[in-house]
Each structure stands twice: as structure tokens, then as C-alpha cells.
Design a protein around this ligand. Structure first.
Ligand SMILES: *Cc1c(COP(=O)(O)O)cnc(C)c1O
Length: 433
């Protein structure tokens, strides 16, 4: 059956074994239906169609992000630079000095990689890379608090939820720390922290609100003032901005202002792989490395290789041009307009539906810069049911994900990567076919 030309696209896209398994499952279903007295319509086409649907749920597939949300968490956040792709290929296809010291010929440490780069870029004494920022924050708290029951002071305005179950009070509890909340949702002053300090206090946690902002009658205390209290301050800055961008706090800012540990993500504004990075004082980084949890959340070689390649771009001053995330954030609106017009022209030739260009608002996404609007342009497709059109494009050979707005499908061009236009045109050409 798999030699049949009709099944070739299935085999090509999903591999022979998966395609065979899917078709077998469809046939078994049909047999059961027939045995139960049913009369299903058994055509080759129908079998292949059902098998395709089954396979659509298999594995990670490339999709076109036309949402205008750059760090789209559901679509994989940052994409990697060419240099990072080369580094990961090398690390993946060969042996490496992951835990081997080439100078001495003895065992080395995976924790040593990326450290010189992170020191140089952030001004911190030492650094540690783990699986993601959630684990970096958990490990930082566990290491600083030490014995269970030690207290960590946090402002009520910073007891946040990032999404996906990451909630500061719960992470604190998991680390073994006791949460000592101070202040109110909108206002917390230095005196609130001062009053809370006692012999059980082990640290102060400062958290970047990330995915929301407090505006109006509000007050909060910065890392510098908190550090003046003489207790270790852990700053969870989250987004990992190494270059200033709107109101996003940079990593260097937290380090300079005295945080003993600063934790951030590798795949948000840093524009690299999923990773959690802690930078800070050697004493506390060592405590994190030696903590039993460190092994459970350690980064793998693919992550370390891509992170190093990403960091080198910052060091060389080419991050804005080299890292797709930063490129997308900074590309001029004028360029987006040209891109949208070109795509609209191609789509007009591919379909009878109404196609036009409109100005649009893109976002950085991923729980960063919640109120930051990036001027952009979108191609709008109308003249049909927009939800239905959106669904059909999601089911294309390379799925296209846009957004439905004002009864039309909007394809924001700011988040398109090279080659995506061709995939969009193909998907639109295949509509209803
Ligand atoms: C995003 C974020 C995290 C979680 O980062 P992941 O890399 O997704 O685990 C933790 N803290 C803050 C403040 C964040 O913004």
C-alpha cells in the first residue's frame, strides 16, 4: 500500500514507519466498524485522509508564525541564529569536551562552559547554566536558603504567576523556604522589608513582574535599595535582556546593583536556546552547583553549545543582526510594509479571496514587555469565514498560524522567517483543493 503514489506525501512528511502505523490503525478501525454491522465508506482517499489527521498530532513540526507575537511560547519562543545552528550540529554529531579537560586529560565540568562569556557580558563573578529560568530560580532559592524553614522576603506585588504553573509562592515552598510577604499588591516600601527582617531571614527575592505592569498609585523597591539591607538579594529578572529595550530590566543592571544571584531565561529576549542562567557571586553560584537539585536540572550539551554561540554574538556586537529574535523586534516598520505588500501581491495571484495590507501591532511575547507595541504590517484575507480559513491554513502541509481579527485572517509579517512566504502562498493555493 505504501508504494501507492497517493500515500507518498504521507511517507515523505512523517516517515515510512509512522505512515504505515497510522494507516494500519485506520484500517483496524474500519474492520471493527464493519464487524459491528456498520457500512463505512472505504475509499483509498478516505483512509489516507484519516491517517493524515492521525499523523498531524505526531511529533514536532515546523510551522509558520504569522501571529506577530515574536516569543510565542506555544510556537517555541526564540529561533536560533545560524551560528547557533552550526554549533548545535557540531555538538550533536560528534563527541565533545563536555566534561573533559583537554589540558590535563582529566575529567572536567560541564558547568565551566559559557561561564567566561557570561562573566564578560554581565560583569558577574561566576555563572551557572541549567535547564530553564524556573529551575534556575528554584535552585538559587534552595541554595541560598540552605536549611528548610529559612525565610525569604518577597513583596506582595511580586508574587506573580508566569504561566505554565510557575507561581512564586509555590516555587518558594518547593525550595524549602518560608515565604514572608511584605507590602501590598500596589505599594511596597523599603521600610516594609526592614520591619520583616529577623534571625530567620535568609534572603530577599526581587521578581520582575514580566507579563503585567502595575500602573497608577504604585510604589516598589529596586534591587539597589534592597541590597543596602545587607541580606543576599536574589533577582529573578526572567526575560534575559542583555541589551536595553524599553522598560525591560537588563541582567547587568541587577548585577551592578548588588544582587548576589540574578536568574534569567535563555530563550526569551536573549534569543537563544531554552536555558536558565544564574549569574552572581562565586560563593552562591558554588552553593548552587553543589546542591543536589543541580544534577536534576542540569543543561545538556546541545543547550550549552547553542547558548555559547548565542552569547558570542553579544560579545562581538552583532546580536541585533544575528539573532532572529532581536532582528524581529528591531526591524523597521517600513521594511515590514514592503514585505507585506509583496506577500499580498503573491497571494492575490494565488486566490480569489480578498487580500489587502493593513498596519498591525506586533508584540515581543513570552511574558516580556506586556505593553510594548511594535508597529508592524499584516496581510489580511477576507471574503470567507475567517475561523474556517484559519483552520484550513493550520492544516496545511506546513501549518500557517495567523490571528482572526475583525472577521478576517491577519498574517503579521514581522514574525515571518526566510522561506515562510513561499509556505504561505502554497497553503493558500491549496485551499479547498
Ligand atoms: C519567564 C520567567 C520565568 C520562567 O522562565 P523559563 O525559562 O520559562 O522557565 C521565571 N521568572 C520570571 C520573572 C520570568 O519572567
Amino acid at each position: 500500500m505504501l508504494r501507492n503514489p497517493a500515500t507518498e506525501p504521507l511517507v515523505e512528511r512523517h516517515g515510512r514507519a509512522s505512515a504505515t502505523a497510522a494507516i494500519r490503525r485506520v484500517l483496524e478501525g474500519l474492520r471493527r466498524e464493519i464487524l459491528a454491522g456498520g457500512e463505512p465508506k472505504v475509499t483509498e482517499e478516505a483512509v489516507i485522509q484519516v491517517a493524515s489527521k492521525l499523523l498531524a498530532g505526531y511529533g514536532i513540526r515546523r510551522v509558520v508564525n504569522a501571529t506577530g507575537v515574536i516569543l510565542h511560547t506555544n510556537l517555541g519562543r526564540s529561533t536560533l541564529s545560524q551560528r547557533a545552528v552550526e554549533a548545535v550540529t557540531e555538538a550533536a554529531t560528534g563527541y565533545s569536551n563536555l566534561e573533559y579537560d583537554l589540558a590535563s586529560g582529566r575529567r572536567g565540568s560541564r558547568y565551566d562552559h559559557a561561564v567566561p562569556l557570561l562573566r564578560e557580558l554581565t560583569g558577574a563573578e561566576d555563572a551557572l547554566v541549567v535547564n530553564n529560568c524556573a529551575s534556575a530560580t528554584l535552585l538559587a532559592l534552595a541554595a541560598v536558603v540552605g536549611e528548610p524553614g529559612g525565610e525569604v522576603i518577597v513583596s506582595r506585588g511580586q508574587l506573580i504567576e508566569i504561566g505554565g504553573g510557575f507561581r512564586i509562592p509555590e516555587v518558594l515552598a518547593l525550595s524549602g523556604a518560608r515565604l514572608h510577604e511584605v507590602g501590598t499588591t500596589n505599594r511596597t516600601r523599603l521600610s516594609d522589608y526592614e520591619r520583616a527582617v529577623d534571625e530567620n531571614t535568609r534572603a530577599i527575592l526581587w521578581v520582575h513582574q514580566s507579563n503585567f505592569e502595575t500602573v497608577g498609585f504604585s510604589e516598589s523597591v529596586g534591587v539597589r535599595e534592597l541590597s543596602s539591607l545587607g541580606l543576599p538579594v536574589i533577582a529573578d529578572v526572567g526575560s534575559g535582556a542583555l541589551v536595553p529595550l524599553d522598560r525591560e530590566p537588563t541582567v547587568q543592571h541587577a548585577v551592578r546593583n548588588g544582587a548576589v544571584l540574578t536568574t534569567f531565561s535563555g530563550d526569551k529576549l536573549l534569543g537563544g536556546p531554552q536555558a536558565g542562567i544564574a549569574v552572581g557571586e562565586s560563593r552562591w553560584i558554588s552553593a548552587m552547583r553543589q546542591h543536589p537539585l543541580a544534577r536534576a536540572v542540569r543543561a545538556d550539551k546541545l543547550c550549552l553549545a547553542t547558548l555559547e554561540a548565542t552569547l558570542i554574538a553579544y560579545l562581538e556586537g552583532t546580536a541585533r543582526e544575528e539573532l532572529p529574535t532581536l532582528q524581529m523586534i528591531h526591524a523597521p516598520a517600513k521594511e515590514m510594509e514592503e514585505k507585506a505588500r509583496k506577500l499580498a501581491d503573491e497571494l492575490s495571484r494565488a486566490t480569489d479571496l480578498e487580500v489587502d495590507v493593513a498596519s498591525s501591532v506586533a508584540r515581543s511575547g513570552g511574558g516580556t514587555l506586556p505593553t510594548y507595541e511594535i508597529p508592524s504590517f499584516a496581510v489580511r484575507i477576507g471574503g470567507t469565514d475567517a475561523e474556517d480559513l484559519a483552520k484550513q491554513l493550520r492544516e496545511a502541509e506546513v501549518p500557517v498560524v495567523g490571528r482572526v481579527q475583525e472577521g478576517r485572517l491577519w498574517l503579521d509579517v514581522r514574525t515571518l522567517l526566510p522561506g515562510d512566504e513561499t509556505n504561505i502562498v502554497k497553503a493558500v493555493e491549496a485551499l479547498g483543493g
